[in-house]
Design a protein around this ligand. Structure first.
Ligand code: NAD
Length: 467
């Protein structure tokens, strides 16, 4: 059979991969996207960001009903229909997956169904239902993503030992849930199931939860979690995990050396994700790896000419959908000979959809001090924000880390209502290299939550009005 040649082929249809393919189509490149799953969208759309945020939204709505009285609304005996919540989530995922298919069609990107293996020299072997074929391209973008890491000796199953995938399709709200790992996955599911009424135990080996966040953010989330009834154990050692008749059992050694057995109906393992760089033919190329992650230059190029990598498989950038997408834009623009601006690793927003929500960008206070900046911190509590009170959510704060010498914004850390949305202003401000002076003279509409961000900038000079 004659080999089909493309200008550009993307392997993997997550947010990084499909966006890169769409952009290549927009640039007029003859483009194909290879995906082995029957549906497009990758981890983020099918079993990650989108389904979890749908379930988290349902948990929030449920809480509104439980606390309706506070708003002067009588709502007796509300009923939680969990299968319906799952069905809604599935509909949202299905609709958006079809949407990705439509985007590929609109931009003349061909979807090649099957499993791709690099053969070197721009050749890719695709194993699909209709057999094996070889395609070739001048540019190849690897966007194969990642999968949940398991603890040694453990195998996930649909009933008890769960990863981010199995936990999305439970048929009922579990009575109890133990979670190993308090990164984004762990805390989001802790927040979700706590609000659905599950007894949640959150086990983290490091001294604090959400360890990548500013220390004060970790402390505030832990305080709110404990108040909401979540058992939080940091500095925890978990051993001897096994299935029992009633679920899972594990041996916990707490930070002060106390030992106990924990029993839970379900166990979620959320200890990070490993890159999908095995069995894709990298050995047939010069692509270099660092502990399984692909090494790239600022334009996402690997050591193999014509092969780029983006997203969760890339060494040195966080495994976030929006990072993958922007890396895809950089790779495609560079491959197409268009202006390409490498991503600035210090301007990547982190968003965690707990209650309260977290949004952060740039350096934490500790990181800024370690780098030798003349650090000045401003903090504004949501308790002083009228919109937060109206929404019934006045916990948390905006923390701005600035450099006194040049009035530069080094980092912004928000925990509070819609913290994951509010961070957008700080990201844009930092990208535009706005100084404290610009931000303190920026008008923030009233009454809004983002007034708290404006107050945070003023707080650096001790000039916040409402605190
Ligand atoms: P993670 O690496 O963010 O967190 C894993 C946590 O598990 C860490 O805090 C680690 O110290 C802890 N841990 C590891 N081994 C442990 C053990 N044996 N016992 C106790 N604790 C242990 O990983 P994740 O939460 O699984 O998320 C995976 C990736 O997906 C991350 O990059 C994350 O940022 C991303 N993600 C992002 C979002 C979001 O942006 N809202 C949501 C989910 C996932």
């Amino acid at each position: 059979m004659k080999k089909v040649s493309y200008d550009l082929i993307v392997i993997g249809s997550g947010p990084g991969g499909y966006s890169a393919a769409v952009r290549a189509g927009q640039y007029g490149l003859k483009t194909a996207l290879i995906e082995k799953q029957p549906r497009l969208g990758g981890t983020c759309l099918l079993v990650g960001c989108i389904p979890t945020k749908s379930l988290l939204h349902s948990a929030e709505v449920w809480q509104h009903f439980l606390h309706a009285e506070e708003n002067g609304i009588a709502c007796q005996n509300p009923v939680l229909n969990y299968p319906k919540i799952i069905e809604r989530k599935n509909q949202i995922v299905g609709r958006h997956s079809k949407g990705v298919e439509g985007l590929l069609r609109k931009n003349k990107v061909e979807w090649i169904k099957g499993y791709a293996t690099l053969r070197g020299g721009g050749q890719i072997e695709v194993r699909g239902e209709s057999g094996v074929r070889t395609v070739e391209a001048r540019n190849i973008i690897l966007a194969t993503g990642s999968e949940a890491r398991m603890l040694p000796g453990l195998e996930p199953d649909p009933d008890v030992i769960l990863t981010n995938i199995e936990i999305l399709n439970l048929t009922a709200v579990p009575k109890s849930l133990a979670i190993i790992g308090a990164g984004a996955v762990g805390v989001e599911f802790a927040s979700m199931f706590n609000r659905f009424g599950t007894q949640v135990t959150l086990l983290e080996m490091l001294p604090r939860i959400v360890p990548v966040e500013d220390e004060e953010v970790s402390k505030e989330l832990e305080r709110v979690f404990r108040k909401a009834g979540i058992r939080v154990e940091t500095g925890a050692r978990v051993e001897n995990i096994r299935r029992t008749d009633g679920g899972a059992q594990l041996a916990l050694t707490t930070s002060n050396g106390k030992q106990e057995e924990i029993q839970a109906e379900k166990l979620l393992v959320a200890v990070g994700r490993k890159p999908n760089t095995e069995n894709i033919g990298l050995e047939n190329t010069r692509v270099e790896l660092d502990r399984g992650f692909v090494k790239v230059n600022p334009y996402q190029q690997t050591a193999e000419p014509g092969v780029d990598a983006i997203g969760d498989i890339v060494a040195g950038t966080p495994q976030l959908a929006h990072v993958a997408t922007m890396e895809g834009m950089v790779a495609v623009a560079h491959a197409a000979g268009k202006p390409a601006t490498p991503i600035n690793r210090n301007r990547i927003p982190g968003c965690t959809y707990t209650e309260p929500g977290i949004g952060s960008v740039g350096l934490t206070e500790a990181q800024a001090r370690a780098k030798g900046y003349q650090v000045k911190v401003g903090k504004f509590p949501f308790g002083g924000n009228s919109r937060a009170s109206i929404l019934g959510s006045h916990g948390g704060f905006v923390k701005v880390v600035a450099d006194e010498t040049f009035n530069e914004i080094l980092g912004v850390h928000i925990i509070g209502p819609e913290g994951f949305e509010l961070i957008a202003e700080a990201v844009a401000a930092m990208e535009a290299e706005a100084t404290l002076d610009t931000l303190t003279s920026t008008i923030h509409a009233h009454p809004t939550l983002y007034e708290a961000v404006g107050e945070g900038f003023n707080a650096v000079r001790g000039l916040a009005i409402n605190a």
